[in-house]
Design a protein around this ligand. Structure first.
Ligand code: DX5
Ligand code: ZN
Length: 212
């Protein structure tokens, strides 16, 4: 299982957090991006983004928690981006955006919140490279894993037969909750990793739960 780290809630500032993550064997950095349109928080100026992440030696899995995500993809195409996840209801033409992302040799992913029903998004499943099941409401790091997200998780697992997307779960992942989603292709963990002194130890703890 791929272990991805989010930096939203960390013991250290952004630079120090990214430096510490670079020294671990974490598989990718989960880049949460908010511009105040979907969630009333702004955490980056898109113009500074390539500079901020220019030295990062890990692939970037971007989570666009904002409206009209197509506004940002051109910048992301120039970066070390692996996946671009967006909330389909917040896009003007989600299928068109998925195609655009894939034409730029990046993976396209959709995000489903815990209060949404994955069945309402079935039309996208034949097109996407990845599905991100949110197990907290998007916005803040450090929230508690919401068990109701497991309904979407089980459904998306069932629907995967014959399709090729990867399943990711984001929010409230720790040593215990990772076992609820052990068949996911990847998880995102923020505070469990970044609020600790030893990031690598936390990553090892997570891997031990799913690889044994
Ligand atoms: C929630 C973000 C998550 C979050 C994960 O708004 O999308 O990526 O940072 O952090 P933890 O693991 O602390 O829930
Ligand atoms: Zn996220």
């Amino acid at each position: 299982m791929k272990i991805t780290a989010s930096y939203l809630k960390s013991k250290y500032n952004l630079e120090e957090t990214l430096n510490r993550l670079a020294q671990t064997d974490v598989d990718a950095i989960h880049l949460d991006l908010m511009d105040g349109t979907y969630i009333p928080i702004t955490n980056f100026d898109i113009k500074k983004l390539p500079y901020l992440f220019k030295d990062i030696n890990k692939p970037l899995d971007v989570h666009l928690m904002l409206d009209n995500p197509h506004r940002y993809v051109d910048t992301l195409y120039e970066m070390n981006t692996n996946i671009i996840f967006f909330h389909p209801k917040r896009a003007m033409d989600a299928i068109n955006l998925i195609e655009d992302i894939r034409e730029h040799y990046k993976k396209a992913g959709i995000v489903i919140n815990p209060d949404e029903d994955i069945k309402d998004y079935k039309e996208y499943l034949d097109y996407v490279d990845a599905v991100l099941i949110m197990s907290v409401m998007p916005g803040h790091g450090g929230q508690k894993f919401m068990r109701k997200a497991l309904i979407n998780y089980e459904f998306i697992k069932m629907e995967k037969r014959g399709r090729f997307y990867d399943i990711y779960v984001d929010g409230g992942i720790n040593e215990e909750t990772i076992t609820f989603v052990s068949q996911a292709d990847g998880i995102i963990s923020g505070s469990y990793i970044c609020e600790a002194d030893d990031f690598q130890q936390q990553i090892d703890n997570l891997r031990a739960k799913v690889n044994s």
